[in-house]
Design a protein around this ligand. Structure first.
Ligand code: ASP
Length: 428
């Protein structure tokens, strides 16, 4: 008799005390967990740190998936796309849209920062030591670094761009090998399927991880920490919401792709919740890919190429945050910026966001570059650092939302979007 396995993500209707919980869909569970986490964190205060390991376990579980998932699904994606030119076109298009949306995001950040004046009249106690500036690698060096000298090392250290380059070349070579390459292509196909299943298994744990992470954040930052800097937080959150609604949803999904925005939102909510609580777009990647494929109907070749690339180079939220933060620092120190300096901020923030890794706090480190480029005091970083987690939650969510929007746009323009799947109400 054939064995039957239940899908951990499918709602089941059972009675008993947990009947209600098990009958919920995954996204409903995640939202409830998020709200409960904030309440429990507010009640427990700093003691909520005790629950944090459950959140760390969840983060480790999804991180565990990244390298094998990205690698296998990208190789399969390339193998299934015999038209190499099409891949090149998709790469160029994605890069262009990524740059464009990032530049729009930072402009929104600068406008909000100018209108809201988050730093004006702030009495900041400045610590003597400023955070160290990290040297950004040069453009040529960045390009050279994309080719792994040792692919195994690239995998063990999780260097996503290097893994992408190796997977691309491997996929092309498998195709060129013709019949002889088929067995390896089959192995990767089977392996990628298994990794998708594993992603599903890990996602069943998401509500508990999200609950623990939210409780920890809410417990750590009481109102006393947040109030003095509430205008920066407000600025970043308002900017992020505007960018997501106007640029990504209205401009991207509705006007350019001509698709239903509600379906888009419904499809990406799991990835958004995981991004919001883990503050890592690279860490969220397995969930982002799952949402794109299953809920939005983006083909495997497109999602497995465009999304890992986006998680590494496309950071709309980070760029927007850098705009608001730079103005905050200028205002707090009473420094007037010239038009040239505004343009420099746009350029360096765009580059800095491309160079930021999709890990917690990367945007803060790259902010030092932006501040240095226009001669703003780095002491401002120390102030922002105190509340960076709260800002990181918003910007990472926007980063992931942007990656997903671009994957839908590209898929639609290449005839790689299953619109029936996009418009179907998702089951989980
Ligand atoms: N945490 C962000 C991300 O993973 C990067 C940042 O710090 O801005 O997308």
């Amino acid at each position: 008799m054939a064995k039957t396995h239940t899908d951990p993500l499918k709602p089941t209707r059972k009675g008993g005390p947990f009947g209600f919980w098990t009958s919920l869909k995954l996204w409903q569970k995640i939202i409830i967990a998020l709200v409960l986490g904030v309440i429990v964190g507010a009640v427990l205060g700093p003691n909520a740190e005790l629950i944090k390991p459950i959140g760390s376990l969840f983060i480790n579980l999804i991180k565990m998936l990244i390298v094998p998932l990205v690698f296998s699904s990208l190789v399969v994606g390339i193998c299934s796309m015999d038209d190499i030119q099409k891949m090149g076109r998709i790469g160029l298009k994605s890069f262009f849209i990524y740059l464009l949306t990032t530049a729009v995001a930072i402009t929104i950040g600068l406008i909000i920062g100018t209108l809201l004046e988050p730093g004006v009249g702030l009495n900041m106690e400045l610590p003597a030591e400023a955070t160290a500036v990290k040297e950004a690698p040069s453009f040529i060096q960045t390009l050279l670094n994309m080719v792994p000298k040792n692919p195994i090392k690239a995998m063990s250290s999780g260097a996503i761009l290097q893994i992408i380059v190796f997977a691309l070349m491997l996929g092309v070579a498998i195709n060129l090998a013709g019949e002889k390459g088929k067995p390896v292509a089959n192995v990767f196909e089977s392996f990628a399927e298994i990794m998708y299943k594993m992603t599903h298994m890990v996602m069943a744990f998401a509500p508990y991880g999200v609950f623990a992470l939210m409780a920890w954040v809410a417990g750590k930052y009481g109102l006393e920490v947040l109030l003095p800097l509430s205008k920066v937080i407000l600025g970043v959150y308002v900017g992020c919401i505007l960018h997501v609604l106007l640029t990504l949803t209205f401009g991207g999904i509705m006007m350019t792709a001509r698709l239903n925005p509600i379906r888009y939102w419904r499809g990406i909510i799991d990835a958004q919740a995981v991004a919001f609580t883990t503050t890592s777009s690279s860490g969220t990647l397995p969930v982002t890919m799952e949402c794109a494929r299953t809920n939005l109907g983006v083909s495997k070749p497109v999602s497995s190429f465009v999304l890992p690339l986006g998680a590494t180079i496309n950071m709309d939220g980070t760029a927007l945050y850098q705009g608001v933060a730079a103005l905050f620092v200028a205002q707090a120190f009473g420094i007037d910026l010239t038009t040239g300096q505004y343009i420099t901020i746009i350029l360096t923030s765009t580059l800095a966001s491309i160079g930021s890794a999709g890990v917690p706090g990367a945007g803060l480190i790259m902010l030092s570059l932006v501040l240095t480029s226009v001669g703003l005091p780095l002491e401002g970083l120390a102030v922002i650092a105190g509340i960076d987690r709260i800002l990181d939650m918003a910007r990472t969510t926007v980063n992931v939302t942007g990656d997903l929007m671009v994957s839908v746009l590209i898929a639609k323009s290449e005839g790689e979007l299953d619109e029936e799947a996009y418009n179907r109400v998702a089951e989980v």
